[in-house]
Write a protein that binds this ligand. Structure first.
Ligand SMILES: NC(=O)c1ccc[n+]([C@@H]2O[C@H](COP(=O)([O-])OP(=O)(O)OC[C@H]3O[C@@H](n4cnc5c(N)ncnc54)[C@H](OP(=O)(O)O)[C@@H]3O)[C@@H](O)[C@H]2O)c1
Length: 321
């Protein structure tokens, strides 16, 4: 866009009002940004519509209403993003040339680049802008935005990104934002996976969990993530902020990106296995800290839960089920 051209002044679009999308859109609405919104499940838009956002029946209608301006998407995965952008009733079918799509979802860098390449011939721009931080950070306007795309496109989105983030960092061209997000999530998710296995070990060693967590947080093992998850881990309750099923999805994305880039991926794979054990145990919609349940279920039964009179002892070192 020519820098002398004033930015469009109509509403901006927002598709995807889940756990993250809703508080982000609320921040924009609270800052006075006129919004046209859509979500697959309409009820999740009620609160925003009550405060003045306009409901659109389809993503295509969102694209049309945004009229060359900007459309945010915040969706589960790349499949949902593709359906929303390129489906028959998708954003691309309704959007005027010059519209900027800003995808906040966590997807693969290759998937971000493919979306941009499909939009380009239609005269539509694209920025990948996944976020660091969870639901509370979104509501407080404290997210980190990892942005990939042309500088002028990111600058165009910046006044809106600033309404819900404390920092927007451009990493490079399209796909570099989602690349950074995967690097970040390997540390945050696999890091918590290690912590849950450590707590499961502590329990087998007969240590009191409360003291273990307190001492971990007092020393070199201190982590903001462990601190944030402390109460839930101690109570073994996992009210969802970031669903385990999404953490497993992200670790799969990390593995694929690492494979394609020729980087190591063993720790991502191990963490994904733990997450998937949690999924199989029915924790998919729980917070990803429910990996602790999977960690507790691993290994041999603890001495306390072994039968009183053992039958044939297991061969030394044989892993249990
Ligand atoms: N939660 C976090 O802490 C967090 C933090 C950073 C990044 N993220 C990332 O942000 C994204 C959203 O996460 P979230 O926690 O908000 O998840 P969520 O609560 O499950 O929301 C997912 C959203 O995607 C929509 N959706 C899913 N499949 C769809 C499809 N096929 N077509 C159209 N819409 C579809 C859902 O619609 P319905 O309402 O109809 O289901 C909902 O609006 C994910 O990529 C996640 O990895 C999450």
């Amino acid at each position: 866009m020519n820098p002398d051209t004033p930015p469009p002044s109509g509403p901006i679009g927002f598709v995807g009002l889940g756990m993250m999308g809703a508080p982000i859109a609320e921040r924009l609405a609270a800052a006075g940004v006129p919004l046209v919104v859509h979500n697959r499940t309409r009820a999740k838009a009620d609160a925003l519509v009550a405060r003045g956002a306009v409901w659109a029946e389809t993503p295509r209608a969102v694209g049309r209403a945004a009229a060359g301006h900007l459309v945010f998407t915040m969706l589960t995965d790349a499949r949902a993003v593709r359906a929303t952008l390129f489906g028959r009733s998708g954003v691309a079918a309704g959007a005027a040339r010059g519209t900027l799509v800003v995808d906040l979802s966590t997807i693969g860098p290759d998937e971000s680049r493919a979306n941009a390449a499909r939009l380009r011939p239609r005269g539509l721009r694209y920025v990948d802008a996944p976020v660091g931080g969870s639901v509370d950070a979104a509501a407080a306007g404290e997210l980190l935005v990892y942005a990939g795309g042309e500088e002028e496109d990111i600058d165009r989105a910046r006044p809106y990104l600033e309404k819900f983030s404390r920092r927007t960092e451009r990493l490079g061209g399209v796909g570099s934002g989602t690349a950074m997000k995967l690097v970040n999530n390997l540390v945050t998710i696999a890091g918590l996976a290690v912590a849950t296995e450590a707590l499961a070990l502590a329990e087998r060693l007969g240590l009191a969990k409360e003291r273990v967590v307190e001492l971990l947080l007092a020393g070199g093992a201190q982590s903001r993530m462990l601190e944030a998850k402390r109460d839930g881990l101690l109570r073994r309750e996992y009210p969802s902020r970031f669903k385990l099923v999404l953490a497993a999805k992200d670790l799969g994305l990390v593995e694929r990106a690492a494979r394609d880039a020729g980087a190591g991926r063993r720790l991502a794979r191990e963490a994904r296995r733990l997450a998937e054990e949690g999924l199989r145990a029915g924790h998919g919609d729980d917070d990803f800290s429910a990996m602790f349940e999977a960690a507790l279920a691993r290994g041999r039964p603890s001495p306390a839960s072994r039968p009183e009179s053992p039958t044939t002892p297991s061969p030394a070192g044989e892993p249990g089920t």
